[in-house]
Structure formats: C-alpha cells, structure tokens
Design a protein. Sequence first.
Length: 144
Amino acid sequence: MAEIHIPSGSATSTGQGTFQSAIDIGGVPLIADEPVELGGLGTGPAPYDLLAAALATCTTMTLRFYAARKGWDIGEVSTHVTHRRVKGQTPPDHFDRAITLADGLDDAVKAELLAIAERCPVHKTLTAGAGVSTVLAGEETGAA
C-alpha cells in the first residue's frame, strides 16, 4: 500500500514560560500554551484544545464536502468539541462532539449527515488509533 504524505506541523519552545511554543502548520504560525492554572501563561490553545479543534474542523469540512457532492444546500455547519479524561475508563480520553445544522433540514438529511460525521478522517484516526515514531532530528535512518 502506498504511503500518503500529509502536511505536518512543528513546535519550538519560545523561552517564554514553561509551556509556550511557537507552532508552524504548513506555514501558518500559532502560539500554543497551557492555561495559567496548569502553570502556563495562557497565551494560546493547549495541545488537547488543538486536537479537539482538529476534530471539529474536520467534521465541519467533511459534512460540507459530502453535502456539496450530493448537491444539498445545507447552509452553515458548526461543530463544537470538548475533551475530557475519565478515570477508570478505557480509553480514558473522550471527545464530546455537538454538530449544529441550519434550521429546516429534512430529518433524513440530518440523519445521513450525522452518520457521515462518524467517517470524518480525524474521527477515524482517533477511534482507530495511530502509530507514533520518534527519533532525534538528524539521526533518522539513512541520514548522513
């Protein structure tokens, strides 16, 4: 099976506080941090906030793409995602997703869109799991 390269991001500590990091996602700069109550400066979203936003964004994009392919005018779509960790539950991390669709959509269309949300790529990655490989930069296999 051929590998598909997906654009990625990087993070570099800024030297400001313990957690603040400058992020680059495909040339778009962001600042990430932890909230003040967790020892951060509160200057940007925390890593799990970014992950929740990725799920929300992917869900919204998937629904709009699907509707366009079907020729449906579904109006505005909004997705809100929160993350929580539940002790004693396996897996302990849980994402709650709420999708808001425009008023007046047929119940059958809403049901189909809800089913399609389950097929958004980020949702599928989170529920299937993903592998992570870690190396020290410059020491990758085959590096000179």
